[in-house]
Design a protein around this ligand. Structure first.
Ligand SMILES: C[S@@+](CC[C@H](N)C(=O)[O-])C[C@H]1O[C@@H](n2cnc3c(N)ncnc32)[C@H](O)[C@@H]1O
Length: 202
């Protein structure tokens, strides 16, 4: 499902919310935040309309959310402005292409990816992971939640492919576990088979 950034922007600009917009963070990533494995600053890559980044900020962290879709970032900024429990300055949203993360002045100690990696093509994924290696300091945690091919949507990833993306000396302690993604691929919310990769920058 290698959509280009402008395809995503058009989906956010449409009358109906895109199928991944469930109005709350994906539980698998929120669970990591609640287990206190998250160190600041946090980068939410492909943050969409900001629900995960805002939940992380509410848990007391400093967060930057980036997404290539300008409509999504605009909505994320509105959500942040509407929120009365996020302290000002704890969360910020930027339009950025994750295939050029090295252009951002960020040194995240935690990176959360809620459904971004699985939407990149091979070249995009390679550039994205190289950018992560460039900006993450040693011991930074990267957590990627991706749709599994087992969801039967005709796209998705496997544990082997996820591990392959983070192969090499830049990454250690890589682990993949079974998880779920909540989405509305056909209107009704469903809980679809997904994979959660965690890895550390060496
Ligand atoms: C499936 S959506 C997930 C959105 C959000 N993380 C969530 O859980 O609701 C994938 C997101 O990745 C963003 N995206 C796709 N390609 C991108 C790129 N090259 N750079 C930055 N963001 C990108 C899309 O605009 C979209 O918001």
């Amino acid at each position: 499902m290698a959509r280009q950034p402008h395809d995503f922007d058009a989906l956010y600009a449409g009358a109906d919310p895109p199928p991944w917009e469930i109005g709350r963070p994906q539980p698998a990533l929120l669970a990591l935040v609640r287990r206190s494995v998250v160190a600041d600053p946090v980068l939410d890559v492909g943050c969409g309309t900001g629900v995960l980044a805002l939940a992380v900020a509410r848990a007391g962290h400093r967060v930057v959310g980036v997404d290539a879709a300008a409509h999504a970032i605009s909505r994320a900024r509105e959500r942040a402005a509407e929120s009365i429990v996020v302290p000002p300055g704890e969360v910020r949203f930027e339009v950025a292409d994750v295939r050029r993360l090295d252009r951002l002045d960020l040194r995240p100690r935690t990176v959360l990816d809620s459904g971004l990696l699985h939407s990149l093509d091979d070249a995009g994924r390679t550039a994205y992971v190289a950018g992560l290696a460039a900006i993450c300091p040693p011991d930074a945690l990267v957590a990627v939640l991706a749709m599994s091919v087992a969801a039967g949507l005709g796209w998705g990833t496997t544990g082997d492919r996820l591990r392959e993306a983070f192969e090499g000396p830049a990454w250690s302690a890589t682990a993949v576990s079974y998880a779920e993604i909540a989405a509305r691929p056909a209107g009704e919310e469903q809980h679809l088979p997904a994979l959660l990769l965690t890895t550390r920058r060496t």
